[in-house]
Ligand binder design. Structure first.
Ligand code: GZL
Length: 324
């Protein structure tokens, strides 16, 4: 769970309170022309993951990275093992998108113990156990709670019915985006008494599992008229299931999602999806910039927050060419 306490500490710092230097600082990184960089990807089962990995490869040459990139094929245990291997190969710095908040804690702890600075990208670990500025340098990523809240805000403002019966397709169990997108959306939408969440189940951020879960939940809840998916892949899968069952997404059921993939923007243009809140996968350039600032001795905030746009029928066509 990405806590907003970080914002509190940023505000405290802004108030001029002294930034107590942690006794257990993160390992230093010297300024060099080239760096041996580890990027331990969790999986490559959807366009978002593929775009993120490509972003790191595309950044490597310009940032002086000798990039060692691995793919854990959806296994948190293998992702930890991949980091072990990178440590043995003597990487200078680690970029890690932790598949799940708790199982990836050992990777963070081992990298620090080996004197390797770690930057968490696109997902975080359980920050009740591992903190930025002590166990890892920083989390680079979106505010997933805010993404859920923005999805709820759009739904409240654009749903014209008297009663919204919601089915929620959750992301990977135990991952920070799934935890926080659920918290942000559920807390916000239930403030509007027209809405009820009748079912919430993981589709593991995957299109086919999203389709299968939607088929099952549609049989249990034929009255459903809203689907909230934690990512576009599951939303597209849900649209497939709904159309196979004779439903008309965008007409008799409202689809709300997150990411901003090409297929989602096309579904919005086609009138099948209402909104997708952006969650950019293009972390390569940001990772390079933050790493170099850290090496130069700059103070890096514990959360380098990525700002997201919202895509609807009003702007989807303007952005589909840049989508992945
Ligand atoms: C978000 C990222 C999520 C995407 C999914 O930063 O962790 O993982 O929203 C992806 O599409 O699987």
């Amino acid at each position: 769970m990405k806590r907003r306490i970080l914002l509190g500490s940023a505000i405290a710092l802004g108030m001029g309170l002294s930034a107590g230097v942690s006794m257990a600082e993160t390992p230093p990184l010297e300024v060099k022309d080239t760096y041996r960089v580890g990027f331990a990807q969790m999986e490559s089962n959807n366009p978002w993951r593929i775009a993120e990995t490509k972003s790191f490869h595309d950044t490597a040459e310009s940032c002086g990275w000798e990039l060692i990139a691995t793919d854990a094929a959806g296994s948190a245990a293998k992702q930890v093992a991949d980091v072990d291997s990178m440590i043995a190969q003597g990487i200078d710095v680690l970029f890690l998108p932790p598949r799940e908040e708790k199982p990836l804690l050992p990777a963070v702890m081992k990298a620090k113990a080996a004197g390797i600075p770690t930057f968490l990208v696109d997902r975080s670990v359980d920050e009740a156990v591992a903190q930025p500025g002590e166990h890892f340098v920083a989390f680079l990523g979106s505010d997933f709670i805010e993404q859920g809240e923005r999805a709820a805000d759009w739904l409240s403002a654009n749903f014209s019915g008297d009663k919204g019966i919601i089915v929620e397709l959750e992301g990977t169990t135990g991952s920070s985006p799934a935890n926080d997108r659920k918290k942000g959306f559920d807390d916000k939408i239930l403030q509007d008494d027209r809405f009820e969440i009748v079912a919430s189940q993981t589709g593991d951020f995957a299109r086919d599992m999203g389709r299968q879960v939607m088929e099952t939940l549609l049989q249990a809840h034929p009255e459903v008229n809203v689907v909230y998916a934690h990512n576009d892949e599951m939303a597209i899968g849900a649209i497939q299931a709904l159309e196979l069952a004779g439903r008309k997404p965008g007409e008799d059921i409202t689809i709300v999602s997150i990411d901003g993939t090409r297929d989602a923007l096309q579904a919005i243009i086609d009138g099948k999806m209402g909104v997708t809140v952006e969650s950019s996968p293009f972390f390569g350039p940001l990772a390079c910039d933050v790493m170099k600032r850290y090496a130069a001795g700059e103070e890096i905030p514990g959360w380098v927050k990525v700002e997201d746009r919202v895509f609807t029928i009003d702007n989807a066509a303007d952005h589909i060419d840049e989508a992945y």
